[in-house]
Design a protein around this ligand. Structure first.
Ligand code: HEM
Length: 680
């Protein structure tokens, strides 16, 4: 955070003087400003309640919603107005204003870092950690953030006189305040991701404002908002935002991540999609919702649906941040309509009710319960255990090879079976508290094989999922009687302690953590090893500098991320637009993570695998926004340790089969390899 040279003054704006009769729009903006300045320091913009704004401004909620359909838009309006209304446009003032907020927050904060910041703000002496973090974030992200802001200004999405540096400060301050309040460490990767999120959200929110100023016949008391017109409009430039267009059609291909042939071709398919536009209409096989659909699949008839596929990085990231797109597929339905939805099949219930499919407030409540188990400190504490497990698994592979009479460097192993699979399974089983003696059974039950083309596989998978649920319900009973020091026991405790999660939610949470905890990471490890082995120059670079393990992880996630596109399609809660394409209320949007991660506008030479790539970590392989992968810090540590250890111990590690014979096809429609024969 930059140091203020003078004590931070609170800005005096015409709004706060309150001497003249103000229009409705202005009153709302002033109320947002007041509310966020009281609340921002406490919990961030998320705390802004429209009821509160309505009460403060005397403007009813319906009117507010009509004009600013989302909180992001309200907040953007407030920031914009604050920027415009300063009597003396002085960048230091707004920053000072923010510092007041941060200061208010950290004063009440008991953490050492919080006290450090208080000291820094009060005495103008920087806390070295925070200062170093800010400097590093600024240096490394500065160019990108500046570009984002400048583009926002050029397009008229942000006010022409917004100061990019100031905006970055504002965001950093808000993030610090928020993290500190939540008692979390200020972790660089979290803060970095949060900066991108907030900034992209601010631009997206601001971008929608001009549409409102184009509304017909503004009322007299709304005139103050005319200052929201964009520079493009002022200059009389063409502005196409008011008009919407149909999404182009993406040929006859059917998106199907469970098909190895599709996964092999998908980088080309996505390229074609990107060339057509940021949003294309694509065919896909929807997940069977009821018995009828399942039967028709079993009979070899697969219904094909249509989705709007988001292919460009900027729009995909924006869609993940857009709270008008719900993860709950039934979000737009009335209770009556919901009642007519066929019941979710038993085996899919734990997934259907999981975090992935929930929207706030339920999502927020449940995520809060598990978030601390995955914070930086918890993950760092796991590092030695992950290293030990890695070494143990490789020792065992060596012993097995020796027993077969093989010696280095001609020993064989199936890297997936011997290493990439058991590593994350064991880590998540430890964390959850799955008893040692159950692990083999559980690991088999949790093997999520999804192959929509093969009815026998699907039947088997369904049976195993039901058995897995039954196993977990029984385990919860055992933990209730004899709790341990593990996540399941903690969740049961939380359940008994208050009405924090019901039985159905507990089952869903554990189910999701167990499955998500390993089916994805196995692919990160396998895909990274294959990427290195098929890019010898990158492998040589890595062997020469094992410190590049982080780069291997990030570039692998970008280049061959396990999740090609999100299985959980988003549903529009209201009519909206993405990149000028209209999405009707109830429309389904599929977000192409893999496509976004190869968008040349975001990543130069995107089809090259480059472990030293600057900014590779900006990939969205872990999603973005409120559903950002909970296990990302864990997966990153597991990946780093795996790559570093494998190539340190076995510099001669190589594929035991020609690379062309390897076939894509991880579990659950993920990009990965089921088998990976190597020599070591
Ligand atoms: C390389 C490994 C991984 C990848 C690529 C990955 C990818 C993702 C993605 C893309 C999402 C967002 C889904 C959406 O927005 O609909 C997600 C969510 C999630 N992931 Fe991961 N994941 C990985 C590892 C893990 C691990 C190790 C865990 C747990 C131990 C985990 C637990 C979760 C959970 C609980 C969510 C739901 C979060 C929410 O909805 O709030 N993941 N993951």
């Amino acid at each position: 955070m930059r140091r203020a040279n003078t004590p931070p003054p609170v800005p005096r704006t015409r709004r706060t003087e309150g001497t003249r009769v103000r229009g409705r729009a202005e009153r709302v903006v002033a109320a947002v400003h007041a509310a966020t300045h009281e609340e921002l320091g406490r919990v961030g913009y998320g705390a802004l309640r429209v009821e509160d704004v309505a009460a403060r401004s005397g403007v009813n909620k319906t009117t507010i919603y009509r004009r600013w359909p989302t909180k992001a838009e309200l907040v953007a309006a407030s920031l914009r107005a604050a920027n415009e209304e300063q009597e003396q446009p002085d960048t230091g003032t707004l920053r000072g204003d923010l510092l007041v907020v941060v200061m208010r927050t950290v004063r009440t904060c008991k953490t050492p870092t919080g006290r450090g910041i208080v000291r820094m703000l009060q005495t103008e002496r920087a806390d070295p950690d925070v200062e170093a973090l800010s400097r590093s974030l600024r240096d490394r992200r500065w160019q990108r953030n500046r570009a984002l802001v400048e583009r926002g200004i050029t397009r008229g999405e942000l006010p022409a006189d917004v100061n990019p540096e100031l905006l970055l400060d504002l965001i950093l301050g808000g993030i610090y305040a928020r993290l500190i309040h939540r008692g979390e460490d200020i972790r660089e990767d979290y803060a970095a991701a949060a900066i991108d999120t907030v900034l992209a959200g601010a631009c997206a929110g601001a971008a929608r404002l001009p549409n409102e100023s184009q509304q017909k016949e503004p009322r007299e008391d709304d005139m103050t908002m005319q200052s929201n017109e964009t520079r493009a409009q002022r200059d009389g430039n063409e502005d196409t935002r008011g008009t919407t267009k149909e999404a182009p059609v993406l040929g006859s291909v059917v998106l199907d991540r469970s098909d190895p042939a599709f996964l092999a071709r998908s980088p080309e398919i996505y390229e074609e999609a990107r060339a057509k536009g940021p949003v294309v209409r694509a065919r896909h096989y929807p997940f069977p919702r009821d018995e009828e659909e399942r039967k028709s699949i079993m009979a070899g008839e697969r219904p094909v649906g249509e989705v709007l596929f988001v292919s460009h990085y900027e729009e995909a990231a924006g869609a993940l941040l857009d709270d008008r797109l719900a993860s709950d597929p039934f979000a737009r339905m009335t209770p009556e309509q919901r009642a007519h939805v066929p019941p979710v099949p038993e085996e899919l219930r734990p997934i259907a009710y999981s975090l992935l499919m929930l929207d706030p407030p339920d999502h927020t409540r449940l995520r809060k319960l598990v978030q601390p188990s995955f914070n930086a400190r918890a993950m760092e504490a796991l590092r030695p255990r992950i290293q030990r497990l890695t070494d143990d698994l490789l020792d065992k592979a060596e012993r097995d090879a020796a027993a077969r009479g093989e010696s280095a460097p001609e020993r064989r192993m199936d890297l997936v079976k011997a290493f990439a699979y058991p590593l994350p399974v064991t880590v998540i089983s430890d964390m959850l508290g799955i008893p040692e003696e159950d692990r083999e059974t559980v690991s088999r039950l949790g093997e999520l094989r999804i192959d929509n083309r093969d009815p026998v596989v699907m039947q088997e998978t369904r049976k195993m999922l039901v058995a897995f649920s039954h196993y977990l319900v029984d385990l919860f009973e055992r933990k209730r009687r004899a709790p341990g020091d593990d996540m399941i026991s903690q969740m049961i405790h939380a359940q008994e302690d208050g009405d924090k999660l019901n039985d159905k939610e507990l089952l869903s949470m554990v189910f999701l953590l167990y499955l998500a905890g390993h089916v994805t990471t196995v692919n990160l490890i396998g895909n990274g090893v294959v990427a290195l082995l098929t890019h010898p120059e990158q492998l040589a670079r890595f062997k020469a500098d094992p410190g590049l393990a982080k780069g291997v992880v990030e570039e692998t996630l970008r280049y061959w991320g396990p999740v090609d596109y999100l299985g959980a399609v988003r549903t529009a809660r209201e009519d909206l637009e993405i990149a000028g394409v209209s999405i009707p209320k109830g429309g389904q949007v599929m977000i192409g993570l893999g496509s976004a991660n190869r968008d040349p506008e975001q990543f130069a030479d995107p089809h090259a695998y480059d472990i030293g790539r600057e900014g590779a970590h900006r990939h969205i392989a872990f999603g973005k926004g409120i559903h950002l992968c909970l296990g990302a810090p864990l997966a990153r540590i597991e990946g780093q340790i795996a790559f570093e250890t494998l190539f340190r111990r076995y510099p001669d590690l190589r594929l035991a089969v020609p690379a062309e014979t390897l076939r894509w096809g991880g579990a659950a429609g993920l990009r990965g390899f089921r088998e990976l024969p190597v020599l070591f």
